[in-house]
Ligand binder design. Structure first.
Ligand code: FAD
Ligand code: AMP
Length: 474
């Protein structure tokens, strides 16, 4: 037994590294074990999110947006450029630099907070011991009073379209293409498929997204999904709904796809295929047989409302447990668990976790949809406001979409906010704060919002709940 800690965290993604830092801040002797290897062959902290998820995708989304604006949207401002080009090596290199900056930053934060990092695969043994296997196969065992499992998730693989890292890729592969594929196939019109499909479409790929479900973005508000679908179609993203991939065959430099929809069986040939059909909790090799930690029918670690596994001193957080697979959800669980371990009052409210899709237009929501409220029999009222009537959005030439605010019909309490349009990834925070403080539409309506800003759409939508928006007919 080489070392004894108060807390060992297995996994250094946004759930695990945040838990480790918060535990250390609270005076607990903390270690964090992670196996992720970066492009340079060295340990890269930060998990999926920093290495092959949130951060690199946003870097590429931003670069590709600049290119798309230059080639499509600048003329209206009187700006033109001759023959604009994208250098893919620079485009990817910039993303890699940002990833390195942030993964390296976690190492510095660990140092500053005296978190001990271990590089290797951690396995929970009975009695809260953790066996760490390094890349060379060498093993050591450390122990702690508390172990936090934060092993994250991995992409789901389709048995008939297995990842080969070259022609059929997952998110990591689609963040590292060395050239713009002429024809890109994307399976799954979820968050990842839409974001990465957008990146390559903006650089000139012919992108076809196949989605098995008949409805577009069925997790989102129906109006939001409708507006977004229309905008994506205008951008030339071909999204085929009710289209289920059944076969993908790699042939030399192409991938031949077979998919089925209500009209029958179809063929589609692409140069690269991104399979983005969801992610599953990753627990391979994480648990010795006799730990007592349970997995549910979807392979997720079973936890209670306090992220406790039911095994003394063993907790689990992030993508590896129930709830939305989002970085900030995992991070907040990490903070809460560290605080519960330290005997403090941790807090996590899964009902107010905001969702954001970083496409153009952006999509963001928090709380309940109208559909969910209808199903639950909760009476509600709705206010909406279009960005077309927001001066700032028009000045930006981005007057697309709307804000929808849903409040309880009797108490006026804010139940949901659903936004599609410019900057809504930032605007959603106001609705989340209001919901977390159990505020009402009236509260939002009575708060001064700066003019001219995009946030006026939230203000006006809140006013519109009681049919008193100023800048539209009610
Ligand atoms: P992970 O980030 O998956 O980290 C788990 C870590 O644990 C990994 O480093 C893994 O190697 C390590 N590990 C696993 N098992 C072991 C073991 N036994 N021993 C040692 N180490 C182990 N979410 C957002 O909120 N916003 C976004 O914009 C966003 N964009 C995304 C874009 C893409 C392309 C993808 C794929 C995901 C995106 N996500 C986004 C989701 C987000 O990345 C995840 O929700 C988040 O990373 C989950 O955090 P986590 O700490 O639970 O797990
Ligand atoms: P998400 O879970 O948000 O990443 O979205 C993944 C999407 O992939 C879901 O909307 C699924 O319906 C879709 N999907 C899953 N399997 C297939 C398939 N074989 N063909 C097309 N779409 C699929």
């Amino acid at each position: 037994m080489s070392d004894k800690f108060d807390v060992i965290v297995i996994g250094a993604g946004p759930a695990g590294y945040v838990a480790a830092i918060r535990a250390a801040q609270l005076g607990l002797k903390t270690a964090c074990v992670d196996a992720f290897t970066g492009k340079d062959g060295k340990q890269a902290l930060g998990g999926t999110c920093l290495n092959v998820g949130c951060i690199p995708s946003k870097a590429l989304l931003d670069s590709s947006k600049q290119f798309h604006n230059l080639t499509h949207n600048f003329a209206v401002h009187g700006i033109s450029a001759d023959n604009p080009k994208i250098d893919v090596a620079t485009f990817i290199g910039r993303k890699d630099k940002i990833v390195k900056q942030f993964t390296g930053g976690i190492g510095q934060l660990f140092k500053a907070n005296k978190v001990t990092p271990y590089y290797g695969t951690g396995k929970l043994l009975k009695g809260n011991n953790v066996e760490i296997t390094a890349a060379d196969g060498s093993k050591q065992t450390i122990s702690a009073t508390n172990v936090i499992l934060a092993s994250g998730s991995v992409p789901i693989e389709l048995p008939f379209a297995k990842f080969d890292g070259k022609m059929i890729v997952d998110n990591a592969g689609a963040l590292d293409f060395t050239e713009v594929p002429k024809r890109l196939g994307v399976i799954g019109a979820g968050v990842i498929g839409l974001e990465l499909g957008s990146v390559w479409k903006r650089l000139g790929s012919d992108v076809t997204i196949l989605e098995a479900l008949p409805d577009f973005l069925s997790v989102a508000d129906a109006d939001v999904a409708k507006i977004a679908a229309k905008e994506f179609a205008k951008q030339g993203l071909a999204i085929k709904l009710g289209a289920k991939l059944t076969k993908a065959e790699v042939k030399k430099n192409e991938v031949a796809l077979t998919y089925e929809d209500k009209d029958g069986v179809h063929e589609l040939v692409v140069d690269k295929l991104l399979v983005a059909v969801g992610r599953r909790a990753y627990t391979t090799g994480l648990l010795a047989d006799d730990t007592g930690v349970k997995l549910d029918e979807r392979g997720r670690i079973v936890v209670d409302a306090h992220n406790h596994t039911g095994v003394d001193g063993v907790w689990a957080i992030g993508d590896a447990v129930r709830g939305p697979m989002l970085a900030h959800k995992g991070s907040e669980e990490g903070v809460a668990v560290a605080e519960w371990i330290a005997g403090k009052a941790g807090h996590i409210n899964l009902d107010t976790v905001p969702w954001v899709i970083y496409t153009e237009p952006e999509i963001a929501w928090a709380g309940k949809t109208e559909k969910e409220l209808k199903e639950a029999g909760i009476p509600y009222k709705v206010g909406t406001f279009p960005f077309a009537a927001i001066g700032r959005a028009v000045a930006m030439n981005e007057a697309i979409g709307q804000v929808k605010i849903i409040a309880h019909a009797e108490t006026d309490r804010l139940l949901g906010a659903h936004m599609v349009g410019p900057g809504v990834s930032e605007l959603i925070a106001e609705a989340v704060v209001t919901m977390e403080f159990k505020g009402s539409a009236e509260d939002l309506a009575r708060i001064v919002h700066a003019h001219p800003t995009l946030s006026e759409a939230v203000h006006e939508a809140a006013l519109s709940v009681d049919k008193r928006a100023i800048h539209k007919g009610n």
